[in-house]
Design a protein around this ligand. Structure first.
Ligand SMILES: Cc1ncc(COP(=O)(O)O)c(C=O)c1O
Length: 908
């Protein structure tokens, strides 16, 4: 890891792509080994290349238990002894094992000698029982000379017992920076053992660590401080890891220090290897356990007779049926055995959990860095409505991103809260919106303050990340808003972003990640000092312009940090469809808990799906044990897709995955970072971007621009699905959204690239052949898709009858009253979109007021909400819109409008 960061091509990739990089390194060694074995001459030069390739891979492999020093030494021995055949055999074995991760499951992979034909029972005693146990690695950070490392590893293996549920191997490093490198690049590491006295510095600098410079501090005057700082840094990067400390000091005193709270256990150095081993296993067991799923499995095994609803439970009505037994065959018996409408007999109630669901929720809260979590089995659509209903009362104002998912708008209708719509920056050239600039949010708050209505503002509700991948600086948004109103509640809709908790780069921009950092930073004396200094500078009555131009800091004594996150676990983790979770970090939660439960009762089904609950439990287990590696892989896959598409000579003629520079205007990117795959981004630059840029792009969400290929998003999506079996996420007028997730493999990239090449070559051919003047039609279509784009209409305003102060320079309105006014058919009218009456009324009134939500897909946000005044811009947009799916709009009837008389009776 000595590469010069700025010029290192694999810059961002290195940390994220280690599995791929390792495989590539080993495949390169294998390739050279084959050449060597087959060569009759020039073997010296091949051997030189091999030696260099081995040195290169060792830089990374040093941080992995497999193949380990013994197998690597053996490989080098064959090189030195000039035995090309033995080298090839061993290189083949190791590389296949690494690529297939066979060493996770098969003990024979670890043997020095080839044992293909040997039965497992002839393996060394300590290894015979490890087949099929979940595998992980333990990082030991030691002060010992390197010559002792193998001995330490053997000692760890020596305490294994046949009854152990999990199996691990040890990776050893000798200093703090290497320890961080190891946990960054080796996703198998699940626990860390710190032996006090390890070195503070590494022989080689790792540029990768620059990215964490602002959150980690390894400077220390003595071993104890260094140990604690390293432990702290490890927790910041991978909070899920268990940490054990071996010290030869006064460990009783050490254990009492508050800084040690994130260390699982402290041992007297080398006193109790078995205790350490058992503690490591227990740490894993605590993450592995899935209280609800475990109980459900037990429940399914019991012979239970049901005199209850749900005849499908136990499967008897299915398996014995003449007509529907194929359903039983398809799903298998466990699905039916695990179905129940009971909340007794070992199961728990989602609505009033007291047992294993409660425990599962507590584990999820801890895993996601929250204080409380609530499982939801009807998707984040429901989670959002629950949070809005729980925290808002009629008349409260909520600052709401107009582009948010419709559940927020409906949530306002249900709660009677008044949305103050704030507008995201437009990306008209792609017919989509970005995210809401902080300045816009502050402006709204300041306007409400000026109107004397700040007290009514209860919540700021934003989508992070947006559908198209715009990620907020969550910490900054919350800090600056809290500086204006210190008890604001934040609802971050992270439907798409739940996985981000397992990325140290993205976590700091999640709701819970930022809330954790804010909680800590507000406790520091520096926070009060910063606020006092800023107050002095701002003076008594700073004007709005000054406040907008200042990075505001909140008064830590006044702040009530209240953060909610909703998360479609099913969108980015291994939960079944509709599995969602609400995460809470609210210092005042006890005061709203009762109403929160009311909201749960309002929205949750009384027959929640047990399989969804179980999958939420299991998804949490997976993320805590392998989420880091899976998310790194998903990010790496997206970086690779970006690179392949944008640099491919044929594909890039027609397609492009849009970069940060295209998706985020430069005003919101002070770091100047334009693209993730750029060769000239150094790690510290990447760190700066993550820390300072107002918005960054979630790399896993890739907007593939297809306008230059002459395809609108929907057509292209259908072609990929129908012809090539590739399913995509959403579309815009001239783009489709690809999403990489924890499910993707490198083969998926290969498939996508092959398909894009095929489509691009087909376009090439059609253009060359130019049958029926294809070229001209193609050019016209491209122009229509790339240049001739309708302006995106902003939210106009609520009609005066839905505003308490029609003259005020504020935007909130009573959406609920408008919504229910439309229930009276006699108060509504329809005018077809192309009727000249529309133009007449736009010109000379009376104003056109929408009776309902109108949501075209794409773009998928409401062009109109109930009570909104319809403007020329909205009509123009609707008239140009060529999508088939427009919720709330019936083309034959036209726009549904509230008549002038509607809503005059305010008592409704
Ligand atoms: C931002 C956002 N929030 C919430 C939802 C709804 O989530 P779910 O599908 O889990 O109900 C979606 C769905 O696409 C979404 O995009």
């Amino acid at each position: 890891m000595t590469s010069n960061s700025a010029s290192d091509h694999s810059l961002i990739s290195t940390s994220l792509a280690t599995p791929a990089l390792r495989s590539d390194n080993w495949l390169n060694v294998l390739y050279l080994a084959r050449n060597w074995a087959e060569a009759s001459s020039k073997t010296d030069s091949i051997k030189k290349d091999l030696s260099a390739a081995l040195t290169k891979l060792e830089e990374i492999d040093l941080f992995f238990a497999y193949p380990g020093t013994a197998l690597l030494a053996r490989l080098k021995q064959w090189l030195e002894e000039d035995d090309a055949k033995a080298f090839l055999r061993l290189a083949q074995r190791i590389s296949t094992t690494i690529v297939s991760q066979k060493y996770h499951r098969d003990v024979s992979a670890w043997n020095l000698e080839e044992l293909e034909d040997e039965p497992v029972n002839r393996l060394p005693q300590a290894l015979t029982h490890i087949k099929n146990k979940p595998y992980f690695e333990v990082l030991s950070v030691v002060p010992h000379a390197q010559s002792r490392w193998q001995h330490i590893q053997e000692e760890a293996r020596g305490v294994r017992r046949p009854e152990d549920e999990f199996i691990y191997q040890t990776v050893i490093v000798g200093n703090a920076p290497d320890a961080l490198t190891a946990i960054l690049i080796n996703p198998d590491i699940s626990a860390v053992v710190l032996y006090e006295g390890f070195a503070a510095h590494a022989a080689n600098e790792n540029p990768l660590l620059d990215v964490f410079n602002t959150v980690i501090d390894l400077s220390a005057s003595d071993d104890e401080i260094l140990t604690l700082r390293l432990a702290q840094a490890i927790k910041k990067i991978r909070p899920e890891l268990d940490i054990y400390l071996l010290s030869d000091r006064n460990i009783e005193a050490l254990a009492g220090k508050p800084e040690c709270h994130f260390i699982n256990r402290i041992f007297y150095q080398m006193e109790e290897p078995l205790e350490l081993h058992l503690s490591i296993l227990e740490g894993i067991r605590n993450r592995y356990k899935t209280p609800f799923f475990d109980n459900l499995k037990r429940y399914a095994q019991r012979p239970i007779a049901t005199f209850h609803a749900l005849p499908i439970a136990r499967g008897k009505s299915v398996f014995t049926s003449n007509w529907i037994s194929d359903m039983g065959e398809f799903y298998g018996p466990n699905l039916f055995l695990a179905e129940s409408s009971a909340t007794t007999g070992g199961l728990d109630s989602l609505l009033e959990p007291t047992g294993n669901i409660k425990e599962a929720q507590a584990l999820a809260a801890k895993a996601f860095g929250a204080d409380h979590s609530f499982f939801v089995t009807n998707g984040t659509s429901t989670s959002n409505k629950m949070v809005l209903q729980a925290l808002l009362a009629p008349g409260d104002i909520v600052i709401l991103d107009r582009n948010c998912h419709k559940s927020h708008h409906y949530g306002c209708v249900l709660a009677g809260a008044q949305p103050y719509y704030v507008e995201a920056f437009p990306l008209a050239q792609y017919s989509m919106y970005g995210a809401v600039p902080l300045r816009t949010i502050k402006t709204a708050l300041l306007k409400l303050k000026a109107q004397g209505e700040l007290d009514r503002v209860k919540m700021v509700d934003l989508t992070n990340c947006t559908f198209d991948g715009h990620v907020y600086d969550t910490r900054r948004v919350m800090e600056e808003c809290l500086a204006i109103k210190p008890d604001l509640v934040f609802l971050w809709d992270e439907a798409w972003f739940g996985f981000a908790h397992w990325s140290p780069l993205l976590r700091q921009r999640t709701a819970m990640g930022a809330a954790a950092v804010l909680t800590e930073s507000l406790k520091q004396p520096a926070a009060l000092k910063a606020w006092e200094d800023q107050q002095k500078k701002l003076g008594n009555a700073p004007d709005d312009k000054t406040l907008l131009n200042t990075r505001l800091v909140p008064d830590p004594r006044a702040v009530r940090l209240r953060v909610y996150q909703t998360n479609s676990v099913h969108k980015s983790m291994s939960a079944l469809r509709q599995g969602s979770i609400v995460l809470v970090r609210d210092v005042d939660f006890e005061h709203v808990e009762a109403q929160f439960h009311e909201a749960v009762f309002t929205h949750a089904s009384t027959s929640p799906n047990l399989q969804i609950i179980a999958s939420l439990d299991v998804a949490r287990r997976q993320m805590q044990l392998e989420g880091y590696g899976l998310v790194s892989n998903a990010v790496q896959i997206s970086l690779e897709i970006r690179k392949q598409v944008n640099s491919h000579p044929v594909i890039s003629r027609y397609f492009k995955v849009l970069d940060s520079s295209e998706m985020i205007p430069s005003a919101y990117r002070p770091s100047g970072i334009t693209c993730y795959n750029s060769h000239d981004i150094s790690w510290d630059k990447a760190a700066e971007a993550i820390k300072e840029d107002e918005f960054m792009l979630d790399p896993t969400r890739m907007t593939l621009f297809c306008g230059h290929a002459g395809f609108d998003g929907t057509t292209f999506k259908n072609i990929l699905a129908d012809k090539f079996n590739i399913q995509l996420n959403k579309t815009s007028r001239n783009s489709v959204l690809l999403q990489s997730n924890i499910n993707n493999t490198r083969s998926d990239i290969a498939l996508l690239i092959r398909v894009l090449v095929e489509i691009a070559l087909d376009l090439d051919n059609k253009i060359t052949e130019n049958a029926n003047d294809y070229k001209k039609a193609f050019r016209l279509k491209v122009r229509e898709l790339v240049e001739d784009l309708p302006e995106l209409p902003d939210f106009s305003r609520f009609d005066d009858r839905y505003r308490e102060k029609p003259k005020a320079d504020t935007l909130h309105g009573d959406i609920r009253r408008a919504f229910y006014d439309a229930y009276k058919e006699s108060e509504c009218e329809y005018i077809p979109l192309d009727d000249p009456e529309i133009d007449k009324r736009l010109k000379s009134g009376p104003v056109l007021v929408s009776a309902n939500f109108v949501i075209p897909y794409p773009p998928g946000f409401p062009i109109m909400v109930p009570g909104q005044v319809i403007t020329q811009g909205i009509v123009d947009f609707m008239r140009k819109l060529d999508v088939k799916e427009i919720h709330g709009f019936n083309k034959n009837l036209g726009l549904k409008l509230l008549k002038r008389t509607a809503g005059k009776d305010k008592k409704k």
